[in-house]
Design a protein around this ligand. Structure first.
Ligand SMILES: [Zn+2]
Length: 232
């Protein structure tokens, strides 16, 4: 038995190598001796700084193999992700938000008590220059799981420097990885900073669900018991 942990996460953008954007998909794939998910806040402070305690299980080989097949299909433009996503969004009556995907520079703080970034834009907040993109990209690497929510770019960047292949934060996986083998799939709904990204949550959940279904199409469900675990 294995599980797919599916929901939204907050992105750790690091372009051009890890150009994680709103509406993209992050999949927990082992990197740099880490098992796909790192419980980044579980450890102790020693003389040399913070040291992680323990290590979580890796995702089950059958799901990593299915993801590997999809990598090849993406390269040859044969992935069914786009059609599955279209089916899901049509059924739910949602679409990719027509809101500008703005990533403010890491040193530019949110300038308002309001739940939008109009003031940040009026103040001429530094934006990270990126070419527009209107489709989701699948990123594979580390998911940082912890008990608290990261909502400032200083901590986001500190953890990004510590874990080079870190792609997103979330708060549920660490508690589940050692109970049942699972693959974590997250749709990106914001950038783990203080700025406000209203409007991406539903679409981000839909892209995660679409990738989950794309993976399941590669797994023989007659032979395996699969748990689908939706998480916010
Ligand atoms: Zn802002």
């Amino acid at each position: 038995m294995f599980a797919l942990l599916v929901g939204t996460g907050t992105g750790i953008p690091n372009p051009p190598k890890y150009d994680v954007r709103l509406g993209d998909i992050v999949v927990s794939v082992p990197q740099d001796n880490h098992p796909g998910v790192v419980q980044y806040d579980f450890g102790k402070y020693e003389d040399d700084g913070f040291v992680l305690k323990g290590s979580l299980n890796k995702p089950p080989p059958i799901l990593l193999s299915a993801d590997g097949q999809l990598v090849e299909e993406e390269i040859t433009d044969r992935s069914p992700l786009e059609s599955i996503l279209q089916h899901i969004t049509n059924k739910l009556g949602i679409s990719r938000p027509e809101i500008e995907d703005i990533l403010f520079g890491q040193n530019f703080a949110h300038m308002s008590q309001e739940k939008d970034c109009r003031k940040c834009e009026e103040m001429g907040g530094e934006k990270v220059a990126r070419e527009a993109r209107y489709y989701p990209v699948v990123h594979r690497g580390l998911v940082l799981s912890g008990s608290g929510i990261v909502r400032n770019s200083i901590d986001r960047e500190r953890l990004r420097r510590r874990y080079k292949a870190a792609l997103c934060f979330e708060t549920k996986a660490a508690g589940i990885m050692d109970e049942i083998p699972c693959l974590v799939i997250r749709g990106i709904s914001d950038y783990a900073d203080a700025h406000v990204q209203e409007g991406w949550h539903h679409y981000a959940a839909a892209v995660a669900a679409a990738y989950c279904k794309t993976i399941l199409c590669k797994v023989d469900s007659q032979k395996h018991m699969i748990l689908y675990v939706p998480c916010r």
